[in-house]
Design a protein around this ligand. Sequence first.
Ligand SMILES: Cc1cc2nc3c(=O)[nH]c(=O)nc-3n(C[C@H](O)[C@H](O)[C@H](O)COP(=O)(O)OP(=O)(O)OC[C@H]3O[C@@H](n4cnc5c(N)ncnc54)[C@H](O)[C@@H]3O)c2cc1C
Length: 465
Amino acid sequence: MSTTISALESARAALPAFGDRLIGPDDPRYDEARTLFNAMIDKRPALIARCETADDVAAAIRFARDQGLRIAVRGGAHNGAGLASVDDGLVIDLSPMKAISVDPGTRTVRVGAGAVWGEVDAATGPHNLAVPTGIISSTGVAGLTLGGGHGYLARRHGLTVDNLLSAKLVLADGTQVTASADEHPDLFWAIRGGGGNFGVATEFTFQAHPLETIVGGPTFWAIEDADELLKAYREWLPSAPRNVVGFFNYHTIPPVAEAFPEQFHLRKVCGIVWCIDASDEDAEAAMAPMLSLAEPLIHGVQRMPIAALNGAFDGLYGPGDQWYWRGDFVHEIPDEAVVLNREWNERMPGFKAGSHLYPIDGAVQDVKTEDTAWAYRDATWSQVFIGCDPDPAKADAVRDWTRGYSEALRPYAAGAGYVNFMMDDEGEGRVKATYGSNYPRLQQVKKEYDSENVFQVNQNIVPAG
Ligand SMILES: Cc1cc2nc3c(=O)[nH]c(=O)nc-3n(C[C@H](O)[C@H](O)[C@H](O)COP(=O)(O)OP(=O)(O)OC[C@H]3O[C@@H](n4cnc5c(N)ncnc54)[C@H](O)[C@@H]3O)c2cc1C
């Protein structure tokens, strides 16, 4: 504790411009400021520096290096592995940097690195524009983008990084640069999937796409129908046009009276969450092959803005739950995997657990493996195994189920998973695998921009040499 207090005193002396934006353990705001989305993870940083500008970020990096403090970078703090914080180190908290500006003429959006996706949707929606995001609106823009980013618009417009035009970063030595196709192109290549390894991003510029409303929402069937439905889905999805998206999932109907009919509460189900950019008639025709296979228990599909769909599950997945999750890329879903998926989900440890198969074919596959750090351009799905429960007493059960489920399915997976669905216990080999043939080049870029591995509280890429 005394080291921690002295780090704080040094910081107050060295960084006077921060004023009360430096938060240490003696501050009544400390516990709230260090809290992460995943309540399973409890870290106690020496101090938290709330940054408002790129100059603040540079000063915080220099201070941490002078003091020998490890650095963590906090965007939306959603990371499952809790990589937005670090014990006894310095947290660069970007949450005050939320400026968002939309240029409807060029359909571009500039976003401060402390924004969350719901804030971006709120800014783009009035212009009938959308940036491809994730499926929960409280997720941070920064962490999701730097890891790749997939959601409802991926089949149509690619990953979030495929729509990134440039980013401003503060490097390990405090230098401020812009990375784009024309400036620091190697850095731009690396940050499109390589996470926070190369610098602290302070602003992103995205290409947005015209989008008025979509036909979206979930259909749920009894889990007994899951094998037949998944076998049909694995053929149907890849042949569907790119404006038709549905992610297959396994869940338990939450006991939420306002959202779900009571007779289905706590019933185990499989489902598809739809996002179809088409007329009502065309959307119905697109869903028909799946809907005709078995009688749904719930068909909650309607026309809505994409922002409403991106926020539809926020209430269920808010902060403060126990999270342990894993991911795997999937090329094909053989019959054995179909059965295992159902069996593991029949044993879900609680009503917030489950699994999703997110489609990452279509436009995601238009980009070549070597064009961005994100390497799995030939996978059809990114599967996530979701261990989640509000009860801390169930943390072990949630972790064991997720590990067991993901390991049972691993023989049928592509050999790696999405970096943003990793905890911190899967080892360097798993990080290497997610980058595949791009890993050696990432190590070179890491060496060029952060040879001392200042940015190591992440899914770490080891500098070359
Ligand atoms: C409920 C839920 C739903 C999700 N759904 C999706 C989804 O649909 N699609 C998807 O792709 N992902 C999804 N994710 C995963 C998400 O992409 C990751 O959790 C991601 O890390 C969150 O970003 P963040 O900014 O909130 O994270 P943080 O926890 O703040 O940071 C995560 C990592 O990014 C680094 N980082 C953060 N900001 C910066 C920055 N400005 N500069 C440099 N490094 C930085 C951190 O150091 C850390 O290593 C979901 C997560 C949750 C919890």
